[in-house]
Design a binder for this molecule. Structure first.
Ligand code: ADP
Ligand code: MG
Length: 154
C-alpha cells in the first residue's frame, strides 16, 4: 500500500505548525524521509517536528556531518544523505532506524537501499502561489498509513 496525502502551506509558520502536528503523533522508531529542492522547507519542517518531540536545541542543516543527534522527549536523528558518496557501503544506519528515537532523512535517494521498507516519505515542492509549498506524503506500511490518517484529520 502506498497511499497519498497532500497539504499546501502558504508561509513558513504554517509549515512549522503542520510539522508540529505530525511531531505530536510520532513514536520511537519512526522513520521519515524528506525530499525536495533547496529552499522548499526541509529544514523548516524538521525544526517544527523537533520542537514537537521536545528538542530544545536549535536544529540546523546537518550539512557537514551525515547525522546529528538531538535529545528530546524522543531523540531526533537528523540525517543528511547529500554528502554520502555513492560508493559508500553499509553505513550501519540501522542502529538509528531501530533506535529509540525518530529518524529524519534528507536526500534519501542517496541511501535508497539502506532505508527501512516501512517509513513515511515526504516530498516537498514549490507551489504556484508566492511562498506556497506542496507536501505529499507516501506511507509505506500500516503504521504510517494510520499516522497519515490521523494527521490529515487534525
Ligand atoms: P531546505 O532545507 O529544503 O533547503 P529551508 O527550510 O532551509 O529549506 O528553507 C526554506 C525557506 O523558504 C526559508 O527561508 C523559509 O522562510 C522560506 N519559506 C517561504 N515559504 C515557506 C513555506 N510555506 N514553508 C516553508 N518555508 C517557506
Ligand atoms: Mg535544509
Amino acid at each position: 500500500m502506498n497511499q497519498k496525502w497532500t497539504r499546501t502551506t502558504y508561509n513558513p509558520e504554517e509549515t512549522d505548525g503542520f510539522a508540529r502536528s505530525l511531531g505530536t503523533l510520532l513514536k520511537a522508531n519512526d522513520v521519515l524521509t524528506l525530499e525536495g529542492d533547496l529552499g522548499t522547507g526541509k529544514t523548516t519542517f524538521t525544526k517544527g517536528l523537533a520542537r514537537a518531540i521536545g528538542v530544545t536545541k536549535t536544529v540546523n542543516s546537518p550539512t557537514f556531518t551525515i547525522m546529528k543527534e538531538y535529545k528530546g522527549r524522543l531523540a531526533l536523528y537528523h540525517m543528511d544523505a547529500y554528502r554520502i558518496e555513492d560508493d559508500m557501503e553499509d553505513l550501519g544506519l540501522d542502529e538509528y532506524f531501530e533506535g529509540d528515537g525518530v529518524t529524519v532523512v534528507e536526500w534519501p535517494k542517496v541511501i535508497g537501499d539502506q532505508l527501512p521498507g516501512e517509513r513515511l516519505d515526504i516530498h516537498i515542492e514549490y507551489g504556484k502561489e508566492l511562498d506556497s509549498r506542496v507536501f505529499r506524503f507516501h506511507a509505506h506500511g500500516q503504521r504510517y498509513e494510520k499516522l497519515c490518517e490521523e494527521l490529515f484529520q487534525l
